[in-house]
Ligand binder design. Sequence first.
Ligand code: HEM
Length: 207
Amino acid sequence: MTMRPQSETSRAARLDGRGRLREATRAAHERLHGQRLLAPLGDGSIGLPAYRALLGRLYGFHAPLEGLVAASPWADRSDAALLAPRAPRLRKDLIELGAEAADLERLPMVAASDLPDLGDYGRFVGCLYVRAGSTLGARLLSKALDPLLGAGNSLGRGFLAGGDGADLQWRACCAAIDGATAAGDWDAMLSGADETFSALEAWLDAA
Ligand code: HEM
């Protein structure tokens, strides 16, 4: 039997469900910081063609994922704020940056088989943790677009900026994590979160 070191065990015991998720997915999250399409966004060096391509690729992931979430049997027991789609905001950003509606219809979409398995409630919440949590870092990424889009110009960065809807979504997400943790669904939540991080990374890497 593999024993975890004492310090790691007691640290995990001190953290709540969300803190444990953050710790357990830290490596997957940090890998995204260095991901080829995302890294130039983080360091403020991204140009307009690359930024538009990134938004299009994110749309090709979020739109099908949100379809899967909405069709899930777990959607009915979830807070509406947790389910609120974010893909329409990506569409709006792309249009604000000059894309035509017809361009959006041609964007590649991730295959259903490459999306996370949402086969139980814990996995469902874990997946939504990754989606809602991404709005936290995205706010900082939005500010890093000032050199490209101009300070004070909000056009083209609504998805990253988030706004009130993102705050509500994050609060609903933390409540869902607490509920799923109390119900003993933490391992399934971690699987859902891990698979969502991996699915996004693979989708961006394949661009
Ligand atoms: C260059 C890319 C990224 C950077 C620099 C970044 C940075 C950050 C930062 C600074 C936070 C903490 C914000 C706070 O506590 O207020 C955060 C949280 C988070 N980010 Fe990212 N992020 C990036 C991309 C992503 C992506 C693409 C996803 C997933 C789709 C993601 C998922 C999360 C999650 C789940 C949290 C919440 C962690 C927690 O439980 O506290 N991040 N990110």
